[in-house]
Design a protein around this ligand. Structure first.
Ligand SMILES: C[S@@+](CC[C@H](N)C(=O)[O-])C[C@H]1O[C@@H](n2cnc3c(N)ncnc32)[C@H](O)[C@@H]1O
Ligand code: SF4
Length: 380
């Protein structure tokens, strides 16, 4: 193995947003009258124990470390720094290793951002979601629109080399003009990277209940498509090019960590519910933070289960992941039957004609809207 990325899951949020079903818990969900300090007390000790389990791979290059959540920015910078330090004990973490923190815009201030830089973070990704207060309200977010510019400016002053924003489109009640305003506001902040995700209604969330009761209505597909095409156009005009279906960046600012996932590289996911993938073997940890922490502190592995990917699973996954990337799929890696099934899309404007001639399947903006349909043709 030549390289191994690390993901560190931080499973805490002060309040759960109505649309989110990520593996995250509020202090009171974990403990009656719990505070963040009481519920997260020995969490980092457990993560550091899990790092010990990865020592078999000590010495290989670490291109990226990503702290995601949950809300990693809730933990104190020195606590997060202990994890980076533990990784430095086993691996040579070079200057250009991308070390990202996911952050809620209202969970950082200038002082904390400076400390985060000091402990080693060089990239930060803020969950902006929208610049419109009425959209943030439906999403049940804790921050106000103005928190985002304050956080981005403070991150720049603290010396973050790469700043990213996450946006969500298709929130009930959001118009195309609302969405234009959000994207333009994000781009006007001069960020290096933007992610834009269509709102997914996850089963069991508050949002799903509100929709079921008829209190909120999801937008029609045509509006969602217009929103996608608009963000693509505005990003390209502002000098951020698409490099993955939902991600745009300035040159040199594509997320190295997410690219590792999309290229099916090797990564170790630390934390409850985290998934890992090394050379065709995938495993995942127990989901609950208490179970995770007690397993590790008792000297046991937190692994819940694992699977060895078959050759055909690996090839299907490679198609599903690489079609999302700008680079696309090299036609020579497809069987003749697969190429025949998708060739019509190169004539209908869904696949880039010139790239097809050069031997690559690359989606056009219209093609990205139907990426799932094209994948189904390829993996039948
Ligand atoms: C799990 S959050 C972690 C970062 C941070 N807690 C936050 O919310 O900003 C990462 C991103 O996932 C996206 N996300 C979560 N649930 C989603 C959903 N149901 N539909 C679309 N995007 C979602 C949001 O854009 C969010 O910024
Ligand atoms: S803050 Fe982020 S992780 Fe937490 S509930 Fe909201 S979207 Fe999910």
């Amino acid at each position: 193995m030549s390289a191994l990325s690390f993901y560190v899951h931080v499973p805490y949020c002060l309040r759960r947003c109505g649309y989110c079903d990520f593996n995250t818990y509020t202090p009171t969900e974990l403990l009656h009258n719990g505070t963040l300090e009481t519920v997260s007390g020995d969490y980092v000790d457990a993560v550091i124990r899990e790092i010990e389990l990865a020592r078999n791979y000590a010495g290989v290059e670490v291109p990226s470390i990503f702290f995601g959540g949950g809300t990693p920015s809730l933990l104190p910078a020195p606590t997060l720094g202990r994890v980076i330090e533990a990784l430095r004990q086993g691996w040579q973490i070079s200057e250009d290793c991308e070390i990202t923190l996911e952050a809620n815009p209202d969970s950082v201030n200038s002082e904390k951002l400076i400390q985060l830089r000091e402990v080693g973070f060089n990239r930060i990704s803020f969950g902006m979601q929208s610049a419109k207060a009425h959209v943030l309200k439906v999403l049940d977010r804790t921050h106000r629109p103005e928190n985002v510019s304050i956080a981005v400016e403070a991150a720049r002053s603290a010396g973050f080399e790469s700043v990213s924003l996450d946006l969500i489109y298709g929130t009930p009640g959001e118009s195309l003009e609302d969405w234009r305003f959000s994207v333009e506001t994000a781009l006007a902040l001069g960020v290096d990277h933007l992610s834009a995700y269509a709102l997914i209604v996850e089963v069991g969330t508050k949002l799903a209940t509100q929709i079921k009761r008829g209190e909120l209505a999801m937008p029609i597909d045509d509006l969602m498509a217009d929103m996608y095409l608009l963000v693509d156009q505005l990003c390209e005009d502002a000098g951020l090019s698409w490099y993955e279906l939902s991600n745009w960046s300035k040159p040199g600012h594509a997320s190295r960590h997410n690219t590792a996932y999309w290229k099916n590289a090797n990564w170790w996911g630390l934390g409850p519910g985290a998934h890992s993938h090394i050379d065709g073997i995938r495993w995942w940890n127990v989901k609950h933070p208490t179970q995770y922490t007690s397993a590790l502190l008792a000297g046991n592995s937190p692994e819940k289960d694992r699977e060895v990917l078959t050759h055909s699973q690996q090839s299907d996954e490679s198609i599903m992941l690489s079609i999302r990337m700008k680079q696309g799929i090299e036609l020579s890696t497809l069987a003749p039957g697969q190429q025949d099934r998708v060739e019509e899309y190169s004539r209908s404007g869904h696949l880039d004609r010139d790239r097809w001639e050069q031997g690559f399947l690359q989606l056009t903006p219209q093609g990205r809207l139907i990426a799932d349909r094209i994948v189904r043709e390829l993996v039948v």
